[in-house]
Design a binder for this molecule. Structure first.
Ligand SMILES: [Zn+2]
Length: 189
């Protein structure tokens, strides 16, 4: 730790914004995910539920005053009645293949990687959103997709943040503005 998290926050972004992001992400902690899918071994659809995976799947990692805080999902496991294989339910609506963090976090990394170095992204994600994603991970996400990221932005304080990320957290209907969505680029909160 380099000291209280507050000192590492971007002074032009209200700490209330980071708190709001954290609160919305914490709402996913412990959520049970994993829809039924055919057995990857034999294709059978005859399954039985087989409990939850011991290790949670990381959704996001928050940077708080007390250090890192993991937001994790409970992953439903299934057992195939045909071949006996045990496997995870379908996580594709939550995660891209081979990505540690959930889709909205991956998209947020790609949004900022469009005009920042990977090191800048790591720092920016911590200061602007209170999120931990190391630079190597940002680089992997940036190189993994062919289509461009969603570049729609909104100003919070004097900073550009991802509209898609805010829409994920607070709902698509931004007519009903959350309190930190500032229309004037110079407004603070
Ligand atoms: Zn099977």
């Amino acid at each position: 730790m380099q000291g209280p998290a507050e000192k590492r926050l971007d002074p032009t972004v209200s700490p209330l914004f980071v708190d709001a992001v954290h609160d919305r992400l914490r709402a996913y902690d412990g959520r049970r995910v994993g829809d039924r899918r055919p057995c990857p071994g034999c294709g059978s659809r005859a399954l039985r539920k087989n409990g939850y995976q011991r290790a949670r799947k990381t959704f996001a990692r928050l940077v708080t005053e007390d250090g890192f805080e993991e937001v994790g999902l409970e992953v439903q496991l299934y057992e195939c009645k045909g071949c006996g294989q045990s496997f995870q339910g379908d996580l594709s609506s939550w995660f891209y293949p081979r990505c540690e963090y959930a889709r909205p976090i991956v998209e947020l990394c790609r949004f900022h990687a469009a005009d920042h170095t990977y090191s800048e992204c790591e720092r920016l994600l911590e200061r602007r959103y209170g999120l931990q994603v190391d630079r190597d991970t940002v680089e992997r996400y940036d190189g993994r997709f062919t289509e461009p990221p969603d570049s729609r932005a909104v100003a919070v304080g004097e900073r550009r943040v991802s509209l898609a990320f805010l829409a994920f957290l607070f709902g698509e209907d931004l007519d009903d503005d959350p309190p930190f969505v500032i229309r004037s680029p110079t407004a603070l909160w």
